[in-house]
Design a protein around this ligand. Structure first.
Ligand code: ADP
Length: 446
């Protein structure tokens, strides 16, 4: 059994993990950089260890310091949250070598899914539908032949990709050479690896992802989907569960495909299988082998605490539910509140002079922010997540409108006004949007 968890993260997700540990009666250790000494997760943890200066590379990404913090405090497990070391196979291996439980999948599964080509090949072998594309890497010499086979437009993507970097569309043969060489040089600069592959470019897809959890012994369940089509620069902004585009049969069918695949893989832990969805078809793009930012909307509609499940399966206790136990109830929406200008999206670090979180039935705020909190400039700008649940999508939207009016964050700029705009929009009300909708909307307003 796990008795003390070191939380190798910061911000709202560190707090989120801490809450789950407390509920399970597990002691907590917070780690923090010097810039985060006043953070809420540090205040609420049973113990805390400073692991370095503000830059992530010297603190939250510093494996040696984190292992040392485990040894000093006697933590027997590490929860990596999302980002930072959460998808670092080497980190999982090093913890294992020290006899510390990594609350996540095996290093092997992290590695397979971290490389987009092996991820796609594995997904296909497991029976998951994938985007038509190249068999593995594409080189400048064979790009034209492959592109002709797939049919234009095509997308060139970095094997090591992440955050939408190293991705280039070629609309026709004339664009191809340049798209391949730009994607390769961007990939080399961003990931130190210039390998690229090719996919059919889908014109107006939605982003729909399936939440899965496995016990590592061949049992796995799905917890339905999240629709994360509302994105800006490949960053999710607003997420909903269920997707306005799917009916029950479609949900259960793709969910079952994913759960069966995870059973075959003997996957352990929480994971998300991401798809593009167009004209009734799902196309796998990647799998994230960790908890996602938007996991609370799934928790809202299923009542299942995903961090509890992660800890259970990491400790060998198995899943607390079978597929038959999982009931989807109502609708949930998450708004990511960033410390950014709501029009230009320029980060706005600084001191929060006034903070009032909304409340009431069906409302959850996951945030490490508080009145007087100084947002450091070194990390991402997510300062909180607002999650609203209702019995129907209409009720959820009505509630969200009310809740957005109640939420007060002063002293810095936030993206709250963007959500106040979106809640009044007819396309949003109709659930009628694809992955390009938000960028087009923002462009039309400037
Ligand atoms: P990353 O890991 O860099 O985020 P993904 O493979 O998850 O890369 O893709 C990120 C985003 O790029 C998707 O959410 C989608 O908006 C777009 N995208 C990816 N593959 C395709 C494709 N084949 N056709 C159209 N858009 C795509």
């Amino acid at each position: 059994m796990i008795s003390k968890v070191l939380i190798a993260n910061r911000g709202e997700i560190a707090l989120r993990v801490l809450r789950a540990c407390k509920e399970l009666g597990i002691a907590t250790v917070a780690v923090h950089s010097t810039a985060d000494a006043d953070a809420m997760h540090v205040r609420l943890a049973d113990e805390s260890v400073c692991i370095g200066p503000p830059p992530s590379r010297e603190s939250y990404l510093n494996i040696h310091q984190i292992v040392a913090a485990c040894e000093i405090t006697g933590a027997d497990a590490v929860h990596p949250g999302y980002g930072f070391l959460s998808e670092n196979a080497k980190f999982a291996e090093i913890l294992d070598a020290h006899g510390i439980t990594f609350i996540g999948p095996t290093a092997e599964h992290i590695r397979i899914m971290g490389d987009k080509i092996t991820a796609k090949q594995t997904a296909q072998e497991l029976g998951i539908p994938v985007v038509p594309g190249s068999d593995g890497e594409v080189r400048p010499e064979n790009a034209l032949e492959v592109a002709r086979k797939i049919g234009f437009p095509v997308l060139i993507k970095a094997t090591a990709g992440g955050g939408g970097r190293g991705m280039k569309v070629a609309r026709s043969e004339a664009d191809l050479d340049e798209a391949v060489s730009t994607a390769r040089s961007e990939a080399l600069a961003a990931f130190g690896n210039d390998a690229v592959y090719m996919e059919k470019y889908l014109g107006k897809p939605r982003h729909i992802e399936i939440q899965v959890v496995g016990d590592g012994m061949g049992n796995a369940v799905h917890l339905g989907e999240r629709d994360c089509s509302l994105q800006r620069r490949h960053q999710k902004v607003w997420e909903e569960a269920n997707s306005p585009a799917l009916n029950v049969e479609q949900r259960m069918k793709i969910g079952q495909v994913c759960a069966d695949a995870m059973k075959k893989l003997k996957y352990r832990g929480a994971g998300t299988i991401e798809f593009l969805y167009e004209n009734g078809e799902f196309y796998f793009i990647e799998m994230n082998t960790r908890l996602q930012v938007e996991h609370p909307i799934t928790e809202a509609i299923t009542g299942i605490d995903l961090v509890h499940e992660q800890i259970r399966v990491a400790s060998g206790a198995g899943l607390s539910v079978t597929q038959e136990d999982i009931v989807f109830s109502g609708h949930a929406i998450e708004c990511r509140i960033n410390a950014e200008d709501p029009r230009t999206f320029v980060p706005s670090p600084g001191t929060i002079t006034h903070f009032h979180a909304p409340g009431g039935l069906g409302v959850r705020v996951d945030s490490g922010a508080y009145q007087g909190y100084k947002i450091p400039p070194y990390y991402d700008s997510l300062i909180g997540k607002l999650i609203v649940h209702g019995r129907t999508r209409v009720e959820c939207m009505m509630r969200l409108r009310r809740v957005l009016d109640e939420f007060v964050i002063d002293g810095i700029k936030t993206t709250l006004p963007l959500f106040q705009d979106l809640i009044g929009n007819q396309d949003i009300a109709n659930g009628d949007y694809d992955i390009h909708w938000l960028e087009n909307y923002l462009a039309s307003k400037t």
